[in-house]
Write a protein that binds this ligand. Structure first.
Ligand code: HEC
Length: 130
């Protein structure tokens, strides 16, 4: 009698364990976060920085200072994550860049801005190096 329910029960447990650990792995890798950040980037950044982050957005030519090419690892690796965060949150004027780079503090919460920093890191495929 016990044996009859033991096996199906064990199977259920194994399936549950697998699915929760797969979920945990995805969370750890920031799976969904980076998808959300990509959406935010497409929504708020590509008009200037371009669909692929190469700085060639539709508005780029109308600006006197070209939008940063986020795929340029040489420049982007000179910035700390904190600097990128501040520029995105407070805008170019507050951080020593051109005022055409708008602040996003009133439209995006800090965690979404942190997501964008990660996404920009993905675009340059680089980290801060001194
Ligand atoms: C209206 C155009 C415009 C929009 C929209 C815009 N940017 Fe910018 N951004 C610029 C310009 C222009 C610069 C370059 C400023 C300079 O070089 O002085 C810049 C610079 C930056 C920098 C600084 C790069 C560095 O060298 O440190 C970051 C980071 C950045 N933008 C991220 C973003 C993100 C993320 C978004 C979307 C949330 C965004 N920008 C939206 C125009 C824009």
């Amino acid at each position: 009698m016990y044996r009859e329910i033991f096996l199906p029960l064990l199977l259920c447990f194994a399936v549950l364990l697998c699915s929760t650990s797969a979920y945990a792995a995805k969370q750890q890798a920031g799976g969904d976060d980076i998808g959300k950040a990509e959406n935010d980037y497409q929504l708020y950044c590509i008009s200037c920085h371009g669909r692929n982050g190469d700085g060639k957005g539709d508005l780029a030519e109308a600006l006197s200072v070209p939008p940063r090419n986020h795929t340029d690892a040489t420049i982007m690796s000179k910035r700390t994550d904190e600097q990128l965060f501040k520029t995105i949150r407070d805008g170019g004027e507050a951080t020593g860049f051109d005022s055409a780079m708008p602040p996003h503090n009133t439209i995006l919460p800090d965690d979404q801005i942190r997501g964008l920093v990660k996404y920009v890191r993905k675009l340059c495929n680089c980290q801060y190096t001194k």
